[in-house]
Design a protein around this ligand. Structure first.
Ligand SMILES: Cc1cc2nc3c(=O)[nH]c(=O)nc-3n(C[C@H](O)[C@H](O)[C@H](O)COP(=O)(O)OP(=O)(O)OC[C@H]3O[C@@H](n4cnc5c(N)ncnc54)[C@H](O)[C@@H]3O)c2cc1C
Length: 686
């Protein structure tokens, strides 16, 4: 055999492979189309691809707030000088972030403050778009409008609105939300800062009684803030032996810097919390107060007031009720974080999916290399995540709708419903996104590790979403506590909150023994039936709820309620998560059914089925233990979810494009196409 001929053949194979690879790079529009060699097709049981109209799907997703988001993107497109460079110092980042905020408000005319109260849906859509430019900017905006501004308007009364609204809106009054202290974060009722009323001067005196009470982590405090809403125990003078009375935690407006000179005001001490893992565009600081006097009208007095002669009045009967009402008004920040976290997930999934469609590694012998998204393992990593992103999008939109309704009606039932739903969704979604960011980085191999490709900053900036606005572990317990309260009330003949309706309707059905016949059904139609999927999710929640109620009753006898709760804590957290998954699935199913465009509906149905079956499979042990799912059915669920992963892969490009993220948001070279490779190589100096 002629060795030269063999070499020629080898070279032409290599050239063919290279041409194939280059042509894939040169036609990015084809990226979503599976170009799968027959060998892989057999592995992945290829099926007919649904034709998806990305524009229609995108319209359905973005709904009425698309325009507001476009305005944000257009502004930043026109101001590349305001886009974040890859390498930036903490101080420069903070200044850039402030310039970005001022640019949006004063130059682009985007005035989000009014929307916080009048149209929260639009406000959160703007926040999502802003967060896709830089998460620090979204948080800075959230501190200014939701936290500082939100506390003034929601906890104050007309006199506060009249005095502060315009200054907050225009950022003439940059402010902080000073709740957390060095010794107390989650346990807000443990705060120690005091606000003592002085009836002689008609002032409150704000004091930090010890180092543990220093306000810590306060956004906007280190550099830019001029005011702070300070949460402190209200202390009133009394005529009894004690001399004072502690009325519980209240909120006060405290000026911290001079309006003209920006100098720190007397009695206020400010320190910088320093360089953080992420979010370095936000200037977090620490505040200590030493006999700082503020006028009586600086008490945010919606839920409790102090008269000129030092008398306390409130429409609410107890400290606990006032505290709950105050925190109830602050859930807006949590709602925003849940929604913004989905925004971060959309960016990461888009970058990872587009890269995986483009990147080719290995292939059958003497065949072109294949796209890494054609590996079952890559599909398994990314496609359920893509499906979950859609699921969370619809669930958090639902949360925003409920929140907006609550702000209008102040319906008591809705208030408690939104409180638990926002706690649960914030905890569930932010934990999921935090884990997914690492998976996406890994799915992009070494290039995922280059800072220019964004996973590092997304991961670091987003990580704290799991902690602020309520630590996730603490929030999930609130969901479980609420479910237990509803459960108890149900058995005492009470009503159930809107979100938990399913428990009223079908608790008895769910808690009866699993039907041995349906436990064996394994047909595709049955497994893709929303009724089967929802029943399975709700069955699990109902069982967890009933079993934890029994355990708590038993342990309370010996350990007391605090000890019993701690003994069952992991069980309670699982219950909280399980319930939130039921809500997410229910909202996704509704969104699929409501979708007017048949091709978008078909794509959404694929994603919804994948979300449901993947979740059931991941928790299959729970279902198997009680024979809710027989072995043959478990196997069928697994097979079908793999098949659906492949089907979703076929429309993955359209599904991520429907998120409608502009190029500068997913500017990561790996996310784009061939020209971007040259930017990437230029970036490293070629
Ligand atoms: C970047 C950043 C910005 C911030 N911005 C602000 C701001 O602008 N204003 C403000 O007031 N605060 C702010 N915070 C503070 C933030 O809200 C708190 O950090 C948060 O509430 C958690 O409190 P903690 O840090 O004291 O944690 P801890 O409450 O001490 O929690 C520590 C750990 O203990 C666990 N734990 C606590 N309680 C329980 C329980 N009951 N059951 C089981 N586990 C439990 C938690 O799960 C967690 O893992 C910010 C924090 C950061 C890092």
């Amino acid at each position: 055999m002629d060795p030269h001929r063999k070499a020629d053949a080898g070279e032409s194979d290599a050239s063919a492979r290279r041409i194939q690879r280059l042509s894939a790079h040169l036609s990015p529009a084809d990226l979503g189309r599976p170009c799968i060699p027959p060998q892989l097709r057999l592995l992945t049981c290829a099926a007919a691809k649904i034709e998806v109209d990305t524009e229609k799907l995108s319209l359905y997703m973005r709904g009425k707030h698309r325009e507001s988001q476009e305005k944000v993107y257009e502004y930043f497109n026109s101001r590349p000088d305001l886009l974040n460079p890859v390498e930036i110092s903490k101080d420069d980042h903070r200044e850039l972030c402030m310039r970005q905020l001022l640019g949006l408000v004063r130059e682009a005319g985007i005035r989000p403050f009014r929307l916080v109260f009048d149209d929260p849906g639009k406000y959160y859509a703007i926040m999502e778009a802003v967060g896709s430019v830089d998460i620090s900017l979204a948080i800075k905006m959230g501190v200014q409008y939701s936290l500082w501004g939100g506390s003034v308007i929601n906890l104050g009364t007309k006199r506060h609105r009249d005095k502060y609204f315009d200054g907050i809106d225009s950022v003439e009054y940059p402010g902080c939300f000073a709740m957390t202290e060095l010794h107390h974060g989650s346990n807000v009722q443990g705060l120690q800062t005091v606000a003592k009323f002085d009836p002689i001067t008609d002032e409150f005196i704000i004091d930090t009684p010890n180092d543990g009470a220093i306000k810590w982590w306060i956004g906007n405090a280190a550099v830019h803030g001029k005011f702070a809403t300070v949460f402190a125990r209200l202390i009133l003078p009394t005529h009894d032996a004690q001399g004072t009375s502690d009325m519980g935690v209240h909120a006060f407006i405290v000026p911290i810097r001079d309006m003209k000179t920006h100098q720190t005001l007397p009695g206020v001490e400010i320190h910088d919390c320093g360089y953080k893992i992420g979010l370095n565009g936000v200037d977090n600081g620490a505040l200590r107060f030493c006999s700082v006097r503020i006028p009586r009208e600086n008490l945010l007095n919606r839920f409790g007031d102090v008269s000129r002669d030092g008398k306390y009045t409130s429409s609410l009967p107890s400290i606990n009720k006032r505290f709950a009402a105050m925190l109830g008004e602050l859930v807006g920040g949590r709602v925003g974080l849940a929604y913004s976290s989905v925004g971060v997930l959309k960016i990461a999934v888009t970058i990872a999916t587009r890269y995986s469609l483009l990147r080719q590694q290995f292939g059958p012998p003497k065949q072109p290399e294949v796209s890494i998204l054609d590996y079952q393992s890559q599909q398994h990593k990314l496609m359920p995540m893509l499906a979950s992103t859609y699921a969370f999008h619809f669930a958090t939109l639902h949360l925003i709708e409920k929140y907006s309704e609550m702000k209008k009606t102040h319906d008591e039932q809705l208030v408690s419903d939104v409180h638990a739903l926002s706690a649960g969704l914030k905890a569930y979604v932010t934990s999921y996104t935090a884990k997914s960011l690492s998976v996406c980085r890994e799915a992009c191999g070494g290039h995922g590790y280059a800072a220019v490709n964004r996973f590092g900053s997304l991961r670091n900036d987003h990580d704290i979403f799991q902690t602020f606005e309520g630590d996730n572990t603490v929030l999930l317990q609130q969901v479980a506590a609420d479910l237990l309260k509803q459960y108890k009330e149900k058995f005492q003949g009470g009503t159930l909150a809107v979100t938990w309706n399913y428990l009223r309707e079908s608790m008895n059905t769910y808690l009866s023994q699993p039907n041995p016949v349906t436990a064996r059904w394994e047909g595709k139609d049955h497994l893709r039936d929303p009724k089967f999927q929802l029943d399975a999710f709700r069955y699990r929640t109902s069982r967890l709820l009933q079993s934890v109620a029994v355990r708590l009753r038993k342990h309370t006898k010996t350990l007391g309620s605090f000890g019993a709760w701690n003994r069952c804590l992991n069980h309670l957290l699982t219950l909280g998560e399980s319930h939130i998954e039921s809500v997410i699935l229910a909202k996704f199913i509704e969104a699929v059914e409501r979708c007017p465009d048949p091709s978008s509906r078909a794509a959404l149905k694929l994603a919804c089925d994948l979300y449901a079956l993947d979740r059931i499979w991941k928790d299959i042990g729970t279902y198997r233990i009680v024979d809710y799912v027989a072995p043959n059915k478990a196997k069928a669920i697994h097979k079908l979810s793999e098949y659906l992963s492949f089907q979703v892969r076929n429309v993955a490009r359209e599904l991520v494009d429907a998120f409608n993220l502009p190029d500068h948001v997913i500017r990561a070279p790996i996310a784009m196409h061939s020209e971007a490779y040259s930017q990437y190589t230029q970036y490293v100096g070629f």
